[in-house]
Design a protein around this ligand. Structure first.
Ligand code: ADP
Ligand code: ARG
Length: 342
């Protein structure tokens, strides 16, 4: 299958589709309080003609200031009617048993959410000064996490290259932003005031100032999706009391990229399905199940040995509980299909 590594022009880029001359004219003079403009919002799509979306926001205000461009993109990407964001982290009544207790298919499970501050610009637009202040606030907020969630913060600046590469290869740490994020301004002042917090067992992690100000992550080997999900929910209950996140009743949690709005949740497994993934039905089946396919080193990477990163496509117009269910049922189906070909 083709993953998006080469720079082909995407005729269906949502920015191009929705940026009519009328919209461009109406938004031409608009600047948010953190200095985000139409030019900055669309720069990534212009520089990267293979983009699927092609826009980024600079701050919470971008979503209202540039709503005539952003809202149609949001509606189309998430298939969302703007009727209001609903959150539900409960798993009551849902199946929670491990789908692959022998570990034949599912290598690991990860659930993350993106979060940004109400008072700061997003990593695309934040000043060096605010980035430093925000980092200090995040480190402070993560102090006192309960039980096994407790951990330490490790700034990127000053981390040994060997350690950094190992943590990336082991799927814990983020890389410098790709060309899409570079054009959106996210890599400015790299690697200053970026870093990673993790618990002793590396099952709870927080990325600081990657694409979003915070990426809050729960992950572990194996297929216990319920345990991974519940750990994240517990951590969020705690962090929500400490930080005022940027949130909108219609668009949910505000994120740098419109694809992450709403729950801002991506729940994924690394799953080994060499037979089914080689079949012509693979992409279509995942699409029907509401699942996206990524390579094993994350977005825009390739797969290896029939192992894929499978996750929910929608993040808005869906609750966290529904995302859990979608991944759970999807993984169940993919394992059945792989077994039927063995
Ligand atoms: P996100 O947008 O969710 O942060 P990326 O695609 O950028 O995701 O991936 C970030 C890192 O997380 C990569 O190293 C990727 O391989 C890793 N990752 C994603 N899902 C899983 C998983 N289920 N198990 C282990 N690592 C994962
Ligand atoms: N801007 C890129 C595009 O439009 C990536 C979009 C989704 N990925 C992300 N990391 N936000 O194709």
């Amino acid at each position: 299958m083709l993953l998006m590594t080469e720079k082909k022009t995407n005729p269906d880029m949502l920015m191009k589709k929705h940026l009519s001359d009328t919209v461009a004219l109406a938004l031409a003079g608009v600047t948010t309080s953190h200095g985000w403009t139409l030019k900055k919002a669309v720069q990534s799509g212009i520089d990267n003609p293979d983009s699927s979306i092609g826009v980024y926001a600079g701050d919470p205000e971008s979503y209202t200031a540039f709503a005539t461009l952003f809202d149609p993109i949001i509606k189309e990407y998430h298939r969302y009617d703007m009727s209001g964001h609903k959150s539900d982290f409960s798993l009551a009544g849902l199946p929670v048993e491990n789908l692959d207790p022998e570990g034949r298919y599912v290598i690991s499970t990860r659930v993350r959410v993106g979060r940004n501050f109400q008072k700061y610009a997003f990593p695309s637009a934040i000043s060096a000064e605010d980035r430093a202040a925000m980092e200090a606030e995040i480190v402070e907020a993560l102090k006192g996490l309960p039980g096994t969630l407790q951990g330490e913060y490790y700034p990127l600046d000053g981390m040994s290259e060997e350690n950094r590469q190992k943590m990336i290869a082991d799927h814990f740490l983020f890389k410098q932003g790709d060309r899409f994020l570079e054009s959106a301004g996210v890599n400015r002042d790299w690697p200053k005031n970026r870093g990673i917090f993790f618990s002793l067992d590396k099952r709870f992690l927080v990325w600081v100032s990657e694409e979003d100000s915070m990426r809050i992550i729960s992950m572990q080997p194996g297929a216990d999706i319920a345990e991974v999900f519940t750990r994240l929910a517990t951590a969020l209950d705690f962090i929500n009391q400490k930080v005022q996140f940027a949130f909108d009743p219609v668009r949910g949690y505000y994120t740098t990229c419109p694809t992450n709005l709403g729950t801002a949740m991506r729940a994924s497994v690394h799953i080994r399905i060499p037979k089914f993934s080689a079949s012509p039905d693979f992409e279509h089946t995942c699409k029907e199940l509401g699942l996206s396919i990524r390579g094993i080193h994350g977005e825009h990477s390739e797969s290896a040995d029939g192992v894929y990163d499978i996750s929910n496509k929608r993040r808005l117009g869906i609750t966290e509980r529904e995302i859990y269910s979608q991944l759970y049922q999807g993984v169940k189906k993919l394992i059945e299909l792989e077994k039927s070909l063995e």
